[in-house]
Design a protein around this ligand. Structure first.
Ligand SMILES: [Zn+2]
Length: 143
């Protein structure tokens, strides 16, 4: 039933895009099992936009943490006992997905440039909270 829910799909797609951009894990997450049930329950009761905010914020917080990045999955993000905490976190740490139609598969330099842009966006937001910036990869254009 949840497999055909367009709201579940749109939230899952956002999470997979961010995981892909930031090289979290090696394969796309699927709508199945407990995680899919949690996701459907959360967007039904809390709203799709809140779910998207939680995805953006938790990815921004965890993607670069070798331990926490493992938890960027449906089971953790949308479990009821976790979700309230994630949703009520204050702070603007959110990522936006850009260039969705501008895939750069196979272009390693473009891939690095995109990664640098993400990290800069995250670092701008981290600076507002006086958090240490994440290190940037070397710019392939030497800028
Ligand atoms: Zn759903």
């Amino acid at each position: 039933m949840t497999k055909n829910c367009t709201d579940c799909l749109s939230i899952l797609t956002l999470l997979n895009q961010l995981r892909d951009e930031l090289k979290v894990g090696t394969r796309d997450l699927k709508l199945c099992g407990q995680g899919a049930k949690f996701l459907h329950a959360r967007h039904t009761t809390e709203g799709v936009e809140t779910c998207r905010v939680v995805v953006r914020r938790q990815v921004a917080k965890w993607w670069n943490d070798p331990k926490m990045r493992e938890y960027l999955v449906l089971q953790t993000l949308f479990r009821e006992s976790n979700f309230d905490r994630y949703a009520s976190n204050s702070g603007p740490l959110q990522l936006t997905v850009r260039e969705m139609d501008n895939k750069t598969a196979g272009d390693a330099a473009a891939d690095v440039r995109k990664r640098i842009r993400y990290i800069r966006e995250i670092n701008r937001q981290r600076a507002d909270f006086n958090l240490e910036p994440f290190p940037e990869p070397e710019d392939p254009d030497g800028r």
